[in-house]
Design a protein around this ligand. Structure first.
Ligand code: FES
Length: 145
């Protein structure tokens, strides 16, 4: 049911933990399944994501997607991090079962929420970043029905 990459990131999650005094922190949940993901970003003056950590209270797919999402944004610019969609995370994991697609949405939204927090703290505008949702289950409903 799960790819080897998903199992690997679930069993050995990369970048798990938190960053004290992070440049941006984003928390997103899904009211339906009750899972929560928090992403911490450390962004330098040049706008490069120097470090990223996550904490996920959720299912195995949520842990695996958080882990892969942090790997994909680490060392990237803010604009590059914005391009890390849930599709990109799923592709990097060699796919997810359809019922687990929403778990990857948590990862995308949590990164956006952390970038939003960073932008607010620094009073800057990030081109292409929309106000993130705190509950992705609304989006999921629109997609499902
Ligand atoms: Fe909800 Fe995975 S079951 S995030």
């Amino acid at each position: 049911m799960y790819s080897e990459k998903v199992m690997d990131h679930f069993k050995n999650p990369r970048n798990m933990g938190e960053i004290e005094g992070a440049s941006g922190v984003g928390t997103v949940g899904n009211a339906k399944c009750g899972d929560i993901m928090r992403i911490f970003l450390d962004i330098d003056e040049a706008g490069i994501i120097r470090d990223v950590k996550f904490k996920t209270f959720g299912c195995g797919a949520a842990v695996a997607t958080s882990s892969m999402a942090t790997e994909l944004v680490k060392g990237k610019t803010i604009q590059e991090a914005l391009e890390v969609t849930n599709q990109a995370v799923m592709e990097a994991l060699d796919g997810l079962p359809p019922v687990k697609v929403h778990c990857s949405l948590l990862a995308e939204e949590a990164i956006h929420a952390a970038l939003w927090d960073y932008a607010e703290k620094n009073r800057i505008h990030i081109e292409g970043l929309e106000k993130p949702k705190t509950d992705i289950s609304e989006e999921e409903e629109e997609e499902d029905y």
